[in-house]
Design a binder for this molecule. Structure first.
Ligand SMILES: *Cc1c(COP(=O)(O)O)cnc(C)c1O
Length: 417
């Protein structure tokens, strides 16, 4: 290392270039331009290790799981089941049987709503969410509301996108049976104080579900330290395959929850008169799962565990600070979501162009951003915008990506300004 002062010299030393080289797609081009991928909050790209794990499963180690007595099926089952231990380690759960495989965070939330919710909620019982939830943490509760007469309460955030804790606390009562909150807002990047929220909810006698879809890729998770009752996340936002995910539930809660889907693999015996259900987690995993996908999710967990965690956090903080500094210098640009505790997401609008038109111009420059309501329409409503442009980061993102975005926004100004 020399002492020459280049702009990147002040960036924390985390070898994002070496990480980036592990993602084949980041070497491709879009509209003839090098791909600048700034949409990791929608889905992260996959490192070669994950691609290989999925391909090798299909090539050498594939059969249905939990069924065959033959060696190949046993090997596949062992590789599949080993992922429970990896997931337990990732979030510091106490037992492997607290890890239920799902198709993603959406299914994890629906599982809690349909299994725990139907068994434990009744008319007048309240579920408390926040104004910054993803639709997948709103709609499952509305379905229960319409079907069972529960009440859905919504805790507001302020104009920076920070949850108003006094308002949240006031909404807690003895009628509150569940608090279901995101750990990081996918639209605003706000990091919620889920440990404090959990303590308040428990004091009021409510259980807590944490939507960790954005949390797991960016924060170290310890479900026992958080003391949340349920925690869910998606494999595809953690550099793993789509169609995979995890629901963590405390063992004694899962043990008392009824199945929500019936089928193979979730029973111990079936006659036409009576069926005995398997213990958790199998009780909640009816049917053939996404075998290669779950094994690939395990490879993604290994890959993430191999990163320098402190370096990664500092790298992502640097990108956020650098991105916010660069973007706030652009005339007419307003950043939506300015919470002091924020992660990996910058949403913005320009006062002279619609986000979809901005997105199209950026796309022509090879810059992939998300435009729209980000499955969080109430957030858009709060800020009185129909949509935003969202740039979001992953481990492979770099200051170069932000520079490419800023340069492409210059073309937006020329064309639409
Ligand atoms: C992506 C996301 C979800 C839904 O995840 P799926 O993988 O689509 O099931 C839920 N909550 C948040 C905060 C998200 O970002």
């Amino acid at each position: 290392m020399t002492d020459t002062a280049s702009p990147t010299e002040t960036a924390p030393r985390f070898d994002a270039a070496a990480i980036r080289d592990q993602f084949p797609i980041l070497g491709t081009r879009s509209h003839g331009k090098p791909l600048t991928f700034l949409d990791s909050a929608a889905s992260a790209q996959k490192p070669q290790a994950v691609i290989d794990a999925v391909a090798e499963t299909y090539a050498f180690q594939y059969a249905n799981v939990h069924r065959g007595v033959y060696e190949l099926s046993e090997r596949t089952s062992a590789a599949f089941e080993a992922v429970r231990g990896k997931a337990r380690g990732l979030i510091n759960a106490a037992h492997d049987n607290e890890i239920v495989f799902t198709s993603g965070a959406t299914e994890g939330i629906n599982l809690v709503a349909q299994s725990w919710g139907r068994a434990n909620l009744g008319p007048g019982d309240e579920v408390l969410i926040t104004e910054m939830e993803h639709h997948s943490n709103i709609v499952p509760w509305q379905l229960l509301r319409d079907e069972m007469g529960i009440t859905l309460k919504v805790a507001p955030f302020d104009d920076h996108g920070v949850l108003i804790m006094e308002a949240f606390e006031k909404l807690l009562s003895e009628r509150t049976k569940l608090v279901s909150v995101t750990q990081i807002s996918n639209a605003l990047g706000t990091v919620l104080p889920v440990r404090e929220i959990t303590a308040m909810a428990h004091a009021a006698g409510a259980l807590v579900l944490v939507d960790g879809a954005q949390g797991v890729p960016h924060l170290a998770i310890d479900v026992r330290a958080l003391d949340c009752d349920f925690y869910t996340f998606s494999g595809h936002k953690l550099y793993g395959p789509s169609g995979t995910g995890v629901l963590y539930g405390k063992a004694d809660l899962l043990a008392h929850m009824p199945p929500w889907k019936g089928g193979g693999d979730m029973i111990t015996s079936v006659t036409f008169e009576k069926t005995e259900f398997a213990a958790p987690p199998m009780r909640f995993e009816a049917g053939t799962p996404n075998i290669a996908g779950i094994i690939g999710m395990g490879a993604a967990m290994d890959w993430v565990a191999g990163l320098d965690q402190g370096g990664l956090a500092a790298h992502e903080d640097d990108l956020l600070a650098y991105g916010a500094a660069c973007l706030s210098e652009i005339p007419g640009l307003r950043i939506i979501g300015t919470a002091p505790d924020k992660a990996a997401v910058i949403s913005f609008v320009l006062n002279y162009a619609h986000p979809h038109d901005i997105g199209t111009v950026l796309d022509n420059q090879g810059v992939a951003v998300r435009t729209g309501h980000h499955c969080a329409q109430p957030v858009m409503e709060h800020f009185d915008v129909a949509a935003t442009v969202r740039a979001s980061f992953g481990a492979y993102s770099s200051r170069d990506d932000i520079d490419a975005l800023v340069n492409a926004l210059e073309i937006v100004r020329e064309l639409l300004g």
